[in-house]
Design a protein around this ligand. Structure first.
Ligand SMILES: Nc1ncnc2c1ncn2[C@@H]1O[C@H](COP(=O)(O)OP(=O)(O)OP(=O)(O)O)[C@@H](O)[C@H]1O
Ligand SMILES: [Mg+2]
Length: 611
């Protein structure tokens, strides 16, 4: 029942209203008894009295009309109360749906990478849609359904007891048996519905991934394979659905059989009582019709219990989401809240373990405010991991990262992230206008500022677009080239006027001329931001104040372009490789020749422009 308790806790603010509505809805339920009861009165007090009246029918007709009028007016009242109650309960259900989705969306904003790695998008979408709908169904239909069954059963039983105890007891012997059967059914059905829920989520995840990967699928002409995969998931879901539904059918004959036995008991036992004069003909008729109001709750119970199993499986998923906590979060106690950070960064013996692998090991360095650092190193050496520790995308497992001499874990996360502009390696743009994409971190940015940061990021292509900055871009930036997406991501990072600017391979898809212009723009940028630029090409790094070379999670080299060239490690190797020479002497000679012969093909920084 923890699921019901959870649902109840979610209904804060309208619980009294809901309980009131359920109580109100008991009225039309009890009023279902009115027709058999009034019919009984008509038989006993009007029809059977006809022979006694000896032709003087006026009084009887008058009584009949009054009883019929009562029947009709009660029916009208019942319909209106029912309508009012149902509308109210539906509103409660909708309120739950709205509040829950809003809360969960808020929660999803704060959950971290670990959570998203464990939970597939398709599964999360299923929780926000069909599972949430199931929660609403619980409020609107299930709880109400149980209340209705209970009320109708009790009201019928009370009325019947008032008329004849033995006949009522004869009818009620079946109740415990039906309870046992439904209980057994609920235990059996539960795992089937949990399985069904898993299959639904798998199918949705598959569809969602397929839609996202449509370009890869087309590129590899794997549509058939994907269709087959989806067909399997769809079949699994169908099978699980059929199996779950059939469990109910296994129990159905027993429940149906017992509830069908009630009219027979009334005919046999009631018939004998009627003949012996223990009950009136009207009571016999009423019992006969009321068999239905006694059998219906029993039969409905079975269906409700079936529905409840599906509901429980969904609520479990909602509870899981509700209980999810990010691992990276604000710590307890007072946090440092600063409008603007200076931008001094220190890694103090930082180690990071990701899934039992040491990704960073004992990294130590200090970067002064306003300094520009280029971070290089082989693929997989831990560059992205390193910068992810600065804005707490991940938390270090050893040592500490400090900004302005304060541990990043002591800052309010929002303060920290609002001061760090980052352009990630895998660029993500929203399906929105270019304007709003650039101003994503600072929606107050005026259009002249947007244009200024776009210029700094060398996103000149925007001016050539028909709708300029109002151009809508497709989901994830479709419709733009790789380099164009990178430049918008860069503009978005600069737009928040950060104290620390982090660029993770942000110019890898940009041509070399543009890249060198961007680099110069960044170096000349006002505001004195500390910059960490991850790069693969030596010439993106050469103008930095210092270059860090990361190798297998440790800093292997550190120094200026000239110092590292002399050191003769990874940096020199990369430099020679990218220059296309075998030694520094050859490079020197090459450059001398180049400046003698062709000034145009040289971009003025001793860098040969390829292609
Ligand atoms: N979430 C994770 N769980 C486990 N291992 C991870 C995770 N993220 C990264 N790694 C591992 O950590 C190592 C460093 O990854 P990282 O992304 O930091 O490398 P990188 O230097 O940025 O590489 P690249 O130049 O290719 O971007 C890799 O071996 C990678 O497999
Ligand atoms: Mg990386």
């Amino acid at each position: 029942m923890k699921q019901i308790k959870w649902l109840w806790s979610q209904m804060k603010g309208y619980r009294t209203q809901y309980v009131f509505l359920l109580i109100l809805l008991m009225i039309p339920v009890i009023m279902q008894l009115q027709n058999p009861i009034i019919s009984q009165m008509i038989v006993d007090q009007v029809i059977l009295k006809i022979p006694e009246q000896k032709g003087n029918m006026e009084e009887l007709i008058d009584k009949l009309i009054r009883l019929l009028a009562l029947m009709i007016s009660l029916m009208v009242v019942r319909t209106f109360v029912w309508r009012f109650g149902i509308i109210g309960v539906e509103r409660c259900g909708q309120k739950f749906l709205y509040d829950f989705k809003r809360q969960m969306f808020h929660k999803l904003q704060n959950l971290d990478r670990g959570f998203y790695k464990r939970n597939e998008t398709g599964d999360l979408m299923t929780r926000l849609t069909s599972d949430a709908e199931m929660g609403k169904h619980g409020i609107v239909a299930l709880l109400r359904g149980f209340m209705e069954c209970f009320t109708l059963y009790m009201a019928t039983a009370i009325y019947m007891f008032s008329k004849n105890v033995i006949l009522t007891l004869g009818l009620m012997v079946f109740t415990p048996i039906i309870f046992v059967v439904t209980y057994k059914f609920s235990k059996t059905a539960r795992p089937y519905y949990m399985r069904l829920r898993e299959k639904l989520s798998k199918m949705n995840s598959n569809a969602q991934e397929n839609i996202e990967a449509n370009r890869v699928i087309k590129a590899f002409a794997r549509e058939d394979y994907e269709e087959k995969k989806f067909k399997e998931r769809n079949e699994d879901f169908r099978e699980a659905n059929i199996t779950a539904s059939f469990v109910w059918l296994r129990f159905y004959p027993a429940i149906e059989g017992f509830s069908q036995a009630l009219p027979i008991v009334v005919l046999v036992v009631g018939g004998i009582f009627l003949m012996n004069g223990k009950i009136s003909a009207g009571t016999f008729l009423a019992f006969n019709s009321l068999c239905w109001t006694l059998a219906a709750p029993m039969r409905n119970m079975g269906m409700l219990v079936n529905d409840t199993q599906r509901f429980m499986a969904s609520i479990d998923k909602l509870m899981e989401l509700d209980a999810a906590e990010p691992t990276v979060k604000n710590r307890e106690g007072e946090l440092v809240v600063k409008e603007k950070l200076e931008g001094k960064i220190e890694f103090r013996d930082v180690s990071v373990k990701l899934e039992h692998t040491d990704v960073l090991e004992h990294v130590n360095f200090t970067i002064q405010p306003g300094e520009t650092i280029a971070l290089m190193g082989p693929t997989g050496s831990g560059k992205t991991t390193m910068i992810n520790c600065i804005n707490r995308f991940i938390d270090v497992t050893g040592g500490a990262v400090l900004i302005d001499d304060i541990d990043v874990r002591d800052y309010d996360i929002d303060v920290l992230r609002k001061n760090i502009g980052i352009a990630n390696q895998d660029v993500f743009l929203f399906s929105d206008t270019i304007n709003r994409n650039i101003a994503f971190g600072n929606t107050m940015l005026r259009s002249n500022k947007i244009e200024r940061v776009a210029k700094l990021a060398r996103a000149d292509f925007v001016w050539r677009m028909q709708n300029g900055f109002d151009t809508m871009i497709g989901e994830r930036g479709t419709g733009l080239s790789g380099g164009q997406k990178q430049r918008l991501a860069l503009a978005r990072a600069i737009a928040i006027n950060p104290s620390v600017l982090i660029l993770d391979d942000t110019t890898s898809a940009v041509d070399m001329n543009t890249e060198s212009e961007i680099r110069d723009n960044l170096l000349g940028m006002s505001g004195n931001a500390t910059k960490i630029i991850i790069a693969q090409r030596y010439f993106s790094a050469m103008k930095a104040d210092r270059i860090f070379i990361l190798d297998h999670g440790s800093i292997a080299e550190m120094g200026s372009h000239k110092e590292l060239l002399r050191q003769g490690g990874y940096y020199q190797e990369i430099y020679l490789l990218q220059r296309g020479v075998s030694s520094l002497e050859e490079d020197e000679e090459d450059r001398r020749n180049l400046s003698d012969t062709s000034e145009e093909s040289n971009n003025g920084m001793g860098v040969r422009v390829h292609g």
